[in-house]
Design a protein around this ligand. Structure first.
Ligand code: PLP
Length: 436
């Protein structure tokens, strides 16, 4: 990488592939011979509509999204989806109940199930509660692991009662939950699901926040009701949020008793009906996302991203190219952290260690001595020195999330293996200063 670009290990907004930025720069003043910048075009122009459709089709191709799923580009980021899923899916379940003549008809009686495995699913749960939904936390990872350091087995969740009695009881009471919600990759805590939940009632759609690992590995879309992802980690710039929604979930009723109706800008049905052009969409963010998809689908660009050491991957594109590279990157970084004398990986459940966000703490206390007593002031100073020295070497944004502290390396698709190698070399070099 040339010296004018540094390595961005930030969790988001994250690194954008250099060839994407170069192409955007070339096209900045005159998009597609229109004589205007993309930002100046009408969102109702054929030129933009073509781009909007192309971007959707690219995503469909990359994630192998079946035809019964709709793709929407929304605004408001992940936080807005915390609310949007509550409104849309309660309105859908409410409609189902009315059709089947089951349930009391009050949306407050419809349960919504949440799996809490870290900061983001916890925030989504709080938002659902704030809106007055009947929230059931069916799994909370904190008591299992002391903090968010792993994913409890599905057999321990209260949805997955092996006898099915909980489900039957729900059905009888007309209280089938509107959805089961989880976050596939907890960006702050570095916990990533190694499985797709499968034991819940098949009548309950799975809703998943994939903001920080979408496109990093293949996913069977057919298992989900709704998937959403803010773009600013593994897709493109902040401003656009991708929503993938199963068509049948768009049948909704107007809710009464307070949560009525679904606000238009949160309404999946309105967005689908208008092909994401109900109002002025975040055009520039959609455009850059499309360039990122072009980059992922380009075999030459993917070979360059792999670097000269990986000739075996020369034919892979898209998610298949990304997953192979992401596994190599994460494996070598975890190994280096394990071998280091001062880095401690936070996530203890090894199967649930994220391949995208890798948090660790720093301590001079001997790692394998249970009686070693860490000196907090000394360790804090060491951590600050680590982040500052890394920055001076062009390794940016390694400080952990402000809510948990520590160090975190985010290594999304755009981070080449070379960037991870540079970080590993720095970890070894830093160690020399403290352990002679
Ligand atoms: N969900 C996940 C997994 C995230 O990582 C984030 C942000 O980092 C959010 C939701 C919130 O996204 P936004 O800042 O776009 O509202």
């Amino acid at each position: 990488m040339s010296t004018d670009r540094k390595w961005n290990f930030g969790a988001g907004p994250a690194m954008i592939p250099r060839p994407v930025l170069e192409r955007a720069q070339q096209e900045f003043l005159n998009y597609n011979n229109s004589g205007l910048s993309l930002m100046e075009l009408s969102h109702r122009s054929n030129t933009f509509e073509d781009l909007n459709n192309k971007t959707q089709n690219q995503l469909r191709q990359l994630l192998k999204i079946p035809s019964q799923y709709k793709i929407i580009f929304m605004q408001g980021g992940g936080h807005t989806q915390f609310a949007a899923v509550v409104y849309n899916l309660l309105a859908w379940r409410h409609h189902q109940n009315k059709q089947q003549g089951s349930g009391s008809g009050r949306w407050q009686d419809i349960p919504v199930d949440y799996v809490v495995t870290g900061s983001w699913s916890s925030k989504a749960t709080e938002e659902a509660k704030r809106l007055g939904a009947n929230v059931r936390v069916v799994c909370d990872a904190k008591p299992h692991f002391g903090s968010y350091k792993g994913i409890p087995a599905e057999s321990t969740w209260t949805t997955s009662d092996p006898q099915g009695s909980l489900r039957t009881a729900d059905h009888q009471a007309g209280q089938t939950p509107a959805y089961l919600y989880y976050c596939d990759n907890e960006t702050v805590n570095g916990v990533e699901f190694p499985f797709i939940p499968s034991l819940q009632d098949p009548a309950v759609p799975l809703v998943c926040d994939m903001s920080s690992n979408i496109l990093s590995r293949p996913v069977d879309i057919s298992k989900f009701g709704v998937i959403y992802a803010g773009a600013q980690k593994n897709i493109g710039p902040a401003g656009v949020t991708v929503v993938i929604v199963r068509e049948d979930l768009l049948q909704t009723s107007e809710l009464t008793d307070g949560l009525s109706p679904v606000p238009l800008m949160l309404d999946f049905k309105t967005m689908v009906k208008n092909n994401s052009l109900y109002n002025t969409p975040p055009m520039f963010a959609i455009y850059i996302s499309s360039l990122v998809f072009d980059w992922l689908l380009d075999p030459v660009a993917q070979r360059v991203q792999d670097g000269p050491q990986q000739p075996t991957n020369k034919d892979l594109v898209g998610v298949e190219a990304a997953v192979a590279r992401n596994e190599r990157k994460a494996a070598k970084l975890y190994k280096a952290l394990e071998e280091s004398r001062f880095c401690r990986i936070i996530v203890t459940d090894t199967a649930a260690r994220s391949k995208m966000n890798i948090p660790f703490s720093i301590s001079k206390a001997p790692k394998n001595d249970p009686n070693a007593f860490p000196n907090k002031a000394e360790d804090d100073a060491m951590e600050a020195a680590f982040v500052a020295q890394a920055e001076a070497k062009g390794l940016l944004q390694l400080a952990g999330h402000r809510s948990v502290g520590g160090v975190r390396a985010s290594i999304y698709n755009a981070m080449p293996e070379e960037g991870v190698d540079v970080l590993i070399a720095f970890i070894k070099e830093f160690e020399q200063q403290y352990f002679l």
